[in-house]
Design a protein around this ligand. Sequence first.
Ligand SMILES: [Zn+2]
Length: 174
Amino acid sequence: MQDPPLLIAPAAKVPCRYMLLRRRLAQLLRQLGVEATDGPDAVIGALARRLGCEIEIDRNHLFAVPGYFGATAITPRGYLILVQVNTSPEHQAHIVMHESAHIMLGTTNEAAESLFRGTHRTGSYDNPLERDAEFVARTISTWMGAARDARLTAQTDERAARLARSLEDRIAWS
Ligand SMILES: [Zn+2]
């Protein structure tokens, strides 16, 4: 569906690779036109527009396994993110972001591999592709959380509002 991936993770031995990945993610989110205050749904919407496909989310999927669980299926229209029905809303939001990270990184096929005998079942992040997806998901959530905390007073003037937004964005990434 995407070739090359929207977000290219640096090679395993590259020094400061997570710092680099974070920088590339920040750049991608800017290119997608997503601001930290837009919320997680905006990331998914922008991702779907950029890829020219649909990203559907089924938050009520009943997996035949206990506990938290998520997966991404490739459909004729794009991607379908499936989330275990018996999962708290906070955990569901995190699972959706983790699956979106796999889509950005182009690792949905590899994630399918770890579905039944790896990370998505055990919660162990030995697999580097799973670690990257988790890092990206957590970085986006932290960025959005920091932007909420850094929220400035509402500006009536559009220029001041623009400046406030860019300051909030800087604070969120710092
Ligand atoms: Zn995963």
